[in-house]
Design a protein around this ligand. Structure first.
Ligand code: RFL
Ligand code: PHB
Length: 398
């Protein structure tokens, strides 16, 4: 074994969850080291989420990393649902006593957090290979990894598994230690980032016979759009012109909406899955974010859930180090999961409402299709139904 050293919290993964935890702990004088499998450019370039709940923005402010977010983030007080040939606005602020969301790319959140960690002398080991959590059943856990050809051992009090859905931490748990719940959907999203002005001032979620579509944005000159496609779609079958055409069809290029074309900066396919692992703690290893749960992106909840997990975990670690108490650590999993399941429900519901489900062999979905249309019509006509959507979309309280 090569180099050996010690920290208080070893964080696996430098996505939003791991970075935010490290930054919040640092501000309370608690030490951590982040071990990340990829290089910095890869982590900063990964195009993903774009919608931040108010609670997420508040916690980023508490972490001292919201200067650029406050300057450049686009505050949205509503979004549109298009379906059955009609469009309807969900007035977030009116329906929730003034709550709103902020459109600001996950790439930017990640860049801001990495810059803040490094400026404060924080340690992020990029390109850490073979990261392995050890001895987390007891109180002396350690993590081994290799870096630039050398083996390392990092002793710590706690391991935070913030290493995403495909990470090593959840997979290191004994098989009978967690129970998993999963649903995969029979469709995916083809997402594009384009150098073009957004289609409208607000996001548009569209239900259409040809499939779901979403028009989002990153700034006044960058659009982010998605179209429903099949889960094993071949990207080469989607030349740019076909994507623009589908967007125009599904969104409806009418008053106030115009799909502005521009060169593509990114094009990728996202599978759709709901997944939860229970509990989110095993001994001194704590799972947070996508490492413990996945939502389909329809409700814009994934990043926000990673942040709310970190809120609970951070408070619990601060209580442990400052007050020598562990009751918040003991309650972490239950507290986080209570919120996770509500966001799972909302994401599953919004996904089911807006997507076109393919017919299964020998089964015609005519009845379900009418139910979907009836539910969209009800949503557009009922303030009560819209209030349910709005209070979930802006984010349930932590
Ligand atoms: P991440 O971001 O996946 O980060 C995990 C990190 O761990 C590293 N890693 C390892 N490191 C060391 N050793 C190993 N063995 C490792 N294995 C993995 C990885 O390289 C990575 O750096 O997880 P985190 O921090 O939990 O954050 C979760 C969010 O990234 C995710 O939930 C969101 O992006 C989901 N999501 C959205 N969430 C929202 O809140 N609002 C949205 O509008 C939204 N839109 C989206 C989305 C996700 C999408 N995709 C591509 C999945 C739109 C899309 C298209
Ligand atoms: C995005 O802008 O990437 C985005 C917005 C809303 C969603 C999902 C993704 O529900």
């Amino acid at each position: 074994m090569g180099k050996s050293r010690r920290t208080q919290v070893c964080i696996v993964g430098s996505g939003p969850a791991g970075l935010l935890l490290s930054q919040l702990l640092h501000r309370q004088g608690i030490e951590s080291v982040i071990l990340e499998r990829r290089d910095r450019a890869y982590v900063e370039g990964r195009i993903r989420a774009g919608v931040l709940e108010q609670g997420t923005v508040d916690l980023l402010r508490e972490a001292g990393v919201a200067d650029r977010l406050d300057r450049e983030g686009l505050v949205h007080d509503g979004f549109e649902i298009a379906g059955n040939g009609r469009r309807h606005r969900i007035a977030l602020d009116e329906l929730t006593n003034g709550k709103v969301v902020t459109v600001y790319g996950q790439t930017e959140v990640t860049k801001d957090l990495i810059a803040a960690r490094l400026a404060a002398g924080g340690e992020i080991v990029f390109e850490a290979a073979d990261v392995t959590p050890n001895a987390f059943d007891g109180s002396k856990p350690f993590v081994t990894y290799s870096h630039q050809g050398q083996e390392h051992r990092l002793d710590c009090d706690f391991i935070a598994g913030c290493d995403g859905f495909h990470g090593v931490c959840r997979q290191s748990l004994p098989q009978n230690a967690i129970r998993t719940f999963e649903r995969t959907y029979p469709f995916a999203w083809l997402g594009i980032l384009a150098k073009a002005a957004p289609a409208a001032d607000e996001l548009i979620y569209a239900h259409h016979d040809r499939g779901f579509a979403l028009c989002s944005m990153r700034s006044e000159s960058i659009s982010r759009h998605y179209v429903q496609c099949s889960p094993n779609e071949d990207l080469s079958k989607w030349p740019d012109a076909r994507i623009w055409d589908e967007l125009r069809h599904r969104i409806g290029d009418t008053d106030g909406h115009h799909i502005n074309e521009g060169p593509l900066l990114d094009k990728s396919i996202t599978p759709m899955r709901s997944f939860v692992a229970e509990p989110m703690r095993h001994g001194s290893l704590f799972l947070a974010g996508d490492a413990a749960h996945i939502v389909p992106p329809t409700g814009a909840k994934g990043l926000n859930l990673a942040v709310s997990d970190i809120y609970y975990l951070y408070r619990a670690l601060v209580q442990f180090y400052k007050q020598s108490m562990s009751d918040l650590l003991d309650r972490y999993s239950d507290q986080a999961l209570a919120r996770v399941w509500k966001a799972e429900r909302f994401s599953w519901w919004m996904t089911s409402l807006l997507h076109k489900f393919p017919n299964e062999a020998g089964y015609d979905r005519a009845f379900e299709n009418r139910m979907q249309e009836a539910e969209i019509a009800y949503l557009m006509s009922s303030r009560a139904a819209q209030t349910v959507v709005a209070e979930n979309y802006v984010g349930l309280p932590f």
